[in-house]
Design a protein around this ligand. Structure first.
Ligand code: DAH
Length: 342
């Protein structure tokens, strides 16, 4: 029964190239229809000339092939129904509601970053993103952190085999920008940073910062405070009370921790501010003369301020997200709660 096998193979090949319900319907008519290939094939057989034995076996294989074809066609149909493709090809009804796939939404960190970028652009700052993979020089040395400096340990780091490092801080962009543009300069550097951390509700190995740098003639702490206050009132949509505490960072002198009056309790003390009434928000300071020199800028003529805002932390505060691990979880159900749809 060679011919019948040829017919079966031909059918299977056609079945494989079915791309829609319409193709499947056509396949059915082509092979199983009243004037289909199977019927035609049967007509061509002269039963009377066959021995009763051969007649029996031919009948069996004919029936096998017929049910194989029916089964296969049914399978393809079910598969198309399951993927909704059937509905689309059978008839396109433009008035039906969509299939329910959303376009997605912006990540909470992206939203905060975009908001800050707009605020800084309005103040004449320009934006640079820098590099996730940095040289040791820009990430540490040019920031006044030589290889034997204890501050390196605080940023226990991912080193690559070629000697480069996954940026531990967006401060790495400071000297690059000084070299590239020279003073006067106003810029922000938002971006991803990496540190070797034990993960918990407030520590991630991958997080976002937004660095700021302003260098001009006779920049002082007063400029720093006024820009920070303006920024914070815009971010939180109200006037925020701030205070500066001394803080040590090798690339600023003097260096500060800027705190804001707790937004939840208004300063009376709560769990979020650990009953202190203040939230630590933003390390900052006056750019160290060595950093200016590394950037080819004369510290006798120019001065500047810098700050390093934790973008991920800010997003946590703004949206009331208690666990930092949500940000990189890729769990859309969690992330889209905080964001506007695109
Ligand atoms: N790069 C510092 C860090 O990640 C934060 C920082 C502190 C940035 C003081 C600054 C600064 O620009 O002035 O810990």
């Amino acid at each position: 029964m060679k011919e019948i096998e040829v017919l079966r193979d031909r059918f299977l090949k056609d079945a494989d190239s079915c791309l829609s319900v319409r193709d499947t319907d056509e396949l059915k008519i082509k092979y199983l229809g009243r004037k289909g290939l199977l019927a035609e094939f049967r007509k061509g057989i002269d039963f009377k000339s066959l021995s009763p034995e051969k007649r029996g076996s031919f009948g069996r294989s004919f029936n096998d092939i017929k049910s194989l074809m029916e089964k296969k066609i049914e399978e393809i149909r079910i598969a198309f129904d399951a993927t909704h493709a059937g509905k689309r090809t059978a008839a396109i009804d433009m008035t039906l509601p969509g299939s329910g796939h959303s376009l997605g939404s912006l990540h909470p960190v992206t939203l905060v970053q975009m908001e800050l970028e707009n605020i800084f652009m309005a103040m004449g700052f320009y934006i640079e993103y820098g590099f996730d993979v940095e040289t040791e020089y820009y990430n540490f040395e040019a920031l006044n952190v030589p290889s034997d400096h204890p501050a390196r340990e605080m940023q226990d780091t991912f080193w690559l085999t070629n000697g480069m490092v996954l940026r531990t801080q967006t401060s790495a962009q400071q000297v690059r920008a000084l070299e590239k543009y020279g003073p006067p300069l106003r810029a922000i550097f938002p971006g991803r940073c990496f540190r070797y951390e034990n993960l918990d509700a407030s520590h991630e190995n991958t997080f976002y910062q937004l660095e700021g740098l302003m260098v001009d003639r006779s920049i002082t702490v007063a400029n720093l405070i006024s820009v920070m206050k303006l920024l914070l009132s815009k971010v939180f949509h109200r006037k925020v009370e701030t205070r500066l505490r001394p803080g040590y960072f090798p690339f600023v002198e003097p260096g500060f921790e800027l705190d804001i009056r707790c937004l939840l309790c208004g300063g009376s003390g709560c769990k979020t501010c650990k009953n202190s009434g203040w939230l630590e928000l933003l390390p900052c300071g006056i750019v160290h003369p060595n950093v200016l020199r590394f950037g080819g800028v004369d510290p006798e003529k120019w001065s500047g301020f810098a700050f390093g805002l934790g973008l991920t932390r800010l997003a946590m505060m703004k949206y009331g997200i208690a666990d930092i691990r949500i940000f990189n979880s890729g769990d859309i159900r969690a992330l889209e709660q905080f964001t506007a749809a695109v």
